[in-house]
Write a protein that binds this ligand. Structure first.
Ligand SMILES: [Zn+2]
Ligand SMILES: [Zn+2]
Length: 454
């Protein structure tokens, strides 16, 4: 039997042909036929029959060999005729075909199996485009699509963590800190397993899979109804009807070649073919969903990592106040081009950003929104020189900025400045601020709570 297969393969090998599923069918039918012939004992006098385990053994033995053979055959063809080859994809197809032939299944069943395979492939490909967008939307909604809600969450988290190093990274580069924070947040939000061990990622995917497959099932019924009520009782017409309905309902963008393997089959009974598809539909749905249920933060393969879009749309402008390091409130990166200046929701005591008095080197406790309405001056390094400027004339040097004059003070940052006064002094290599007594009694809870009253 194996010799016969070898001969057949040698024949294919000497031809300049592209892989065709009929080649595999021929080889596999040969195995089936050989086993049946043996069992009928017409050409031998052996007193034993070859049972299912033996079939399975032959299958297991031959499958990798013929799959590789056909992969090589196709590569050879492609090398000569086309630079592109998708032979890897055929591996699964050959294997399915192989199982079906050895199990002596009918053409209808084989076609139905290929159809489900094609659907699985199309759905998973569609989801790889869709999931990054769904995850992005899920995350953005959880922050009410607002930059400040995100900032507030991060500042609350920082206060709870009580780690100056993290605070300092957030002060120096808030958007980079947020990006790293968001990365962990997406992992936790998407892949933490609840009490039922499901993940948000798996549930988002499942919801789409259910929706898509439910609609595709309608297209199957519709294609069958049209074909049965006309003289188009062939599989090609059925596939065309199916594709057309799915396009009308705007479900999935099926390229025509997706169903090439199905259309190659000779289906003689459309009803039995569709029944077979429908019978295994739920199992197929479970199999697809399982791919996403099993995904975790280590195995996820984003077609496009959602973090870039989230940062673009939720954080946006990366500017920060030149006096106190507070991030600009705008999410639209191009707001300056639309004549909308950088603005902050609140400002900080300037010592947070390293501002200190020239003589005493004490960190500054005043807020920039206060200074801009006074005659106070500040020193700014320009090249080699330090120049003296009025705060109230900040727009001359920072025309893109708008600091609304007020006496507002952020309780949160007053708490930070008091709590980490030694660390800030060390980091900026200056002297501790001369803090007002009232700042020292602010509690962490009050600081966090103050973020909600801005
Ligand atoms: Zn400021
Ligand atoms: Zn801005």
């Amino acid at each position: 039997m194996l010799k016969k297969i070898d001969t057949r393969l040698a024949e294919y090998n000497s031809q300049d042909v592209r892989f065709d599923v009929s080649f595999a069918t021929e080889v596999l039918l040969l195995i089936s036929k050989e086993i049946d012939t043996h069992n009928k004992h017409l050409e031998n006098s052996y007193r034993f029959n070859l049972l299912s385990p033996y079939r399975a053994m032959v299958v297991t033995h031959v499958q990798p060999f013929i799959t590789d053979f056909f992969v090589r055959l196709n590569e050879k063809y492609n090398k000569k005729h086309s630079p592109k080859g998708q032979m890897e994809e055929y591996k699964g197809t050959v294997w399915t075909l192989f199982k079906n032939v050895v199990d002596s299944k009918t053409e209808n069943v084989i076609a139905a199996t290929f159809f489900r395979e094609a659907i699985t492939k199309a759905v998973t490909e569609h989801l790889s485009d869709l999931l990054p967008i769904l995850v992005q939307e899920h995350i953005m909604t959880s922050f009410a699509h607002e930059k400040y809600t995100l900032m507030k969450t991060i500042m609350t988290d920082l206060a709870e963590k009580d780690n100056f190093e993290l605070f300092f990274i957030f002060i120096l580069d808030p958007s980079e800190y947020t990006r790293a924070w968001m990365h962990r947040h997406i992992d936790n939000d998407m892949f933490d397993r609840g009490t039922d061990s499901s993940t948000t990622y798996g549930r988002l995917a499942k919801c789409q899979i259910q929706k898509i497959l439910k609609q595709l099932l309608k297209c199957i019924s519709e294609a069958s109804r049209i074909c049965c009520n006309s003289d188009m009782k062939d599989i090609s017409s059925w596939i065309q009807e199916f594709i057309q309905h799915s396009r009308e309902l705007n479900i999935l963008p099926f390229p025509n070649e997706v169903f090439a393997h199905v259309q190659n089959r000779t289906v003689d009974d459309l009803e039995s073919y569709t029944n077979d598809i429908i019978n295994d539909w739920n199992e197929m749905e479970r199999d697809i969903s399982e791919l996403y249920d099993d995904t975790d933060e280590n195995t996820v393969q984003w077609k496009k990592n959602p973090i870039s879009e989230i940062m673009e749309k939720l954080w946006g402008c990366t500017a920060k106040c030149m006096f106190c390091a507070e991030p600009c409130r705008h999410t639209d990166k191009s707001h300056l081009e639309q004549d909308v200046p950088h603005q902050c929701i609140q400002h900080r005591p300037q010592g947070i950003g390293g501002f200190h008095w020239e003589n005493t080197r004490y960190l500054v406790t005043e807020f920039c929104n206060f200074w801009v309405q006074t005659n106070q001056k500040y020193k700014w390094t320009e090249g080699e020189q330090k120049v003296s400027r009025y705060y109230k004339e900040y727009k001359t040097h920072f025309p893109g900025w708008d600091i609304v004059p007020s006496s507002d003070k952020s309780k949160y940052w007053m708490w930070v400045m008091n709590k980490y006064q030694n660390e800030l002094k060390e980091r900026y290599k200056v002297e501790k601020a001369n803090l007002p007594e009232s700042w020292k009694t602010i509690t962490k809870e009050e600081a966090i709570e103050s973020l909600s009253f801005i």
